[in-house]
Design a binder for this molecule. Structure first.
Ligand code: 5GP
Length: 215
């Protein structure tokens, strides 16, 4: 019996306002779905409490970020809340070539760039259940100053309409359900005929048929 392989992995781009719960959903998804890897972004912002270099982000200086940009090492980059963030290209190319899907937690500016440079990706917008809940979650993180909280929250109002540029929307009112929805979206995408190596699979099936009929 042969298994159905995919030609290569795809990108799952997930965006949504600060506090929508992207980190939590993505972390939980990694525990419930196989053959998916998280793309670690480079950023010039300082590490927050509990954040580990190389795990949550590659924390780099402005000069290092500039060098990465100029060397063409970033698939996309953007300025978010006054800091630079970017997605290293090489990890994505190597990992998708190995047949793993790669999940990118990036802002809406970055998602637009990925859409034009890597159109075979899927784009998912994570919606907060309400603005009150969004405010509560941003405050509860305990990472940002009052000014930063205000600016993240104010930006969130303007970012809501960006959902129309995405393929899927998941409302994160309940973590379990949100992760299940995201998993279902990715599972369905994996079954798309265009993404599977059916030529090899059918060839294999036909070999087996010849074996059976000669028995
Ligand atoms: P935070 O500082 O809260 O971790 O992230 C701030 C925002 O930057 C979030 O909306 C997050 O999705 C976005 N972000 C994280 N990494 C990247 C990246 O590599 N590129 C872009 N464009 N945005 C990113």
């Amino acid at each position: 019996m042969s298994s159905l392989r995919r030609k290569q992995g795809f990108l799952v781009v997930i965006s949504g306002p600060s506090g929508a719960g992207k980190n939590t959903v993505v972390n939980e998804l990694g525990k419930r779905l196989d053959r998916i890897r998280y793309s670690v972004s480079a950023t010039t912002r300082p590490p927050g409490p509990g954040e580990v270099d190389g795990v949550h982000y590659d924390f780099v200086t402005h000069d290092e970020f500039q060098e990465m940009r100029e060397a063409g090492e970033l698939l996309e980059w953007a300025t978010v809340y006054g800091n630079f963030y970017g997605t290293p290209r090489r990890f994505i190319e190597e990992t998708t070539a190995e047949g793993y899907d790669v999940i990118l937690d990036i802002d809406i500016q970055g998602a637009r760039q990925v859409r034009s440079r890597w159109p075979a990706g899927i784009f998912v917008y994570l919606m907060p259940p309400s603005m009150e809940e969004l405010w509560r979650r941003i405050c509860a993180r305990g990472r940002d100053s009052r000014d930063a909280i205000n600016s993240r929250f104010n930006l969130a109002w303007d970012e809501l309409e960006a959902v129309f540029d995405y393929d899927y929307v998941v409302v994160n009112s309940n973590l379990d359900e949100a992760v299940d929805n995201l998993r279902a979206i990715i599972t369905a995408e994996r079954s798309k005929v265009a993404r599977c190596d059916l030529v090899g699979f059918i060839k294999n099936l036909k070999t087996n048929r010849r074996c059976n009929s000669s028995e």
